[in-house]
Design a binder for this molecule. Structure first.
Ligand code: PMP
Length: 361
């Protein structure tokens, strides 16, 4: 069978070493004669898994001790509601930076709870999509926090600047970039991320929240979204997604074995350079994002002749290159190249692209 490289934007490829280990211990985990899925989340065995996963994540991300790490349900979209309900307090507004599809989705949800001050950061530079620099973002004085999405998974647009807005609380949706490069956690009040791209299986959402922000939730906030309730209960207020938590813990260990976030950051840069290099060296392929705002995780590209899209997808799939179809709102192709995608996968893709261009260009 041809080796498959899965370029899905999420749920996405997981490290094969992690899958093999999970396979090995699936039916008889830690000699208990059951799978990890079948034991109580309150058993000492699972508590150990949970604590180790948190510690490994803390080590990998260098999370300061005044931050809580919450293992939640509901995906990043649940956080679109949890953030305003936990953080607004008596404020009537929050700053929401619009840089693309997911930032806009967060704004749509926030409108239910406040009147967001929407800052349209989308711009163009030499005809390419770009983001206005942070010091041009018109933040409002009475906003409870500023929310933005550092990596737009669909648009393939990244905001790489580090936020520095004085004592403003900064909230960021890191769903598609968490653990792909170093983040200075202390710049943020809340970081959240759905697991299904760079962490583990769908069903788990990570929230990293500064302790002083706990305990000001609106009273109508469902307890299951209340950061303080979750923190007070070590993320076990109700039954957590135990299998996703366990598997994410294995991914954290894998990442440590690879050399941690700084090493994976270098590999991610090499992968992105290779793919954008092939796109930029050709008139056959095109990426419409300004270089400074190009995503290293999600690389959308178009064929100059869109009538070849179908053939490109058919042939690439046959070559073991899966899930390259672009999101329906953007069209064209998109290669998601998260941590688990090896350089070899990107090399196989770029070799295919060069060959496809030679045959059809
Ligand atoms: N934010 C971003 C940046 C995303 O990429 C996604 C999912 N693609 C979401 C939010 C929504 O995540 P979920 O499906 O986990 O709610």
């Amino acid at each position: 069978m041809t080796q498959v490289f899965n370029f899905s934007s999420g749920p996405a490829m997981l490290p094969v070493e992690v899958l093999r280990r999970a396979e090995q211990e699936l039916c008889n985990w830690q000699g208990l004669g059951t799978s990890v899925m079948e034991i109580s989340h309150r058993s000492k065995e699972f508590i150990q898994v949970a604590e180790e996963a948190e510690q490994d994540l803390r080590d990998l991300m260098k999370i300061p001790s005044n931050y809580k790490v919450l293992f939640c349900h509901g995906g990043a979209r649940a956080q679109f509601a949890a953030v305003p309900l936990n953080l607004l307090g008596p404020a009537k507004t929050a700053d929401y930076v619009d840089g693309g599809y997911w930032a806009q989705s967060a704004i749509k949800e926030a409108v239910k709870y406040c009147t967001p001050n929407v800052i349209d950061a989308k711009t163009t530079l030499d005809g390419l999509a770009a983001i206005t620099p942070m010091n041009n973002w018109a933040l409002s004085d009475d906003a409870a926090y500023v929310h933005y999405c550092p990596n737009e998974t669909i648009d393939g647009i990244a905001i790489n600047e580090q936020p520095d807005f004085g004592d403003k609380v900064v909230v960021a949706d890191f769903s598609s970039t968490i653990l792909s490069s170093p983040i200075d956690v202390s710049c943020y009040g809340v970081i959240y991320a759905g697991a299904q791209k760079n962490i583990g299986p769908a069903g788990l959402t990570l929230v990293i929240v500064r302790e002083d922000l706990l305990g000001q939730a609106r009273k109508e906030l469902p307890s299951i979204l209340d950061y303080k309730v979750l923190a007070d209960n070590e993320s076990m207020f109700n039954t957590p997604p135990t299998f996703a938590w366990y598997l994410s813990g294995l991914v954290f260990k894998w990442l440590k074995e690879q050399g941690g976030v700084s090493e994976i950051d270098k590999r991610n840069q090499a992968k992105a350079d290779l793919l954008y290099g092939v796109i930029d060296n050709s008139d056959f392929y095109r990426n419409g994002v300004a270089p400074a705002n190009r995503s290293r995780m999600n690389v959308p590209f178009q064929l100059a002749d869109a009538s070849l899209d179908k053939l490109f997808l058919e042939e690439s799939f046959a070559a073991g290159l899966h899930a390259l179809k672009g999101h329906r709102v953007v069209g064209g192709m998109r290669a998601s190249i998260y941590n688990a995608m090896p350089l070899e996968g990107v090399k196989t893709l770029t070799d295919f692209m060069v060959d496809f261009e030679r045959r059809h260009g």
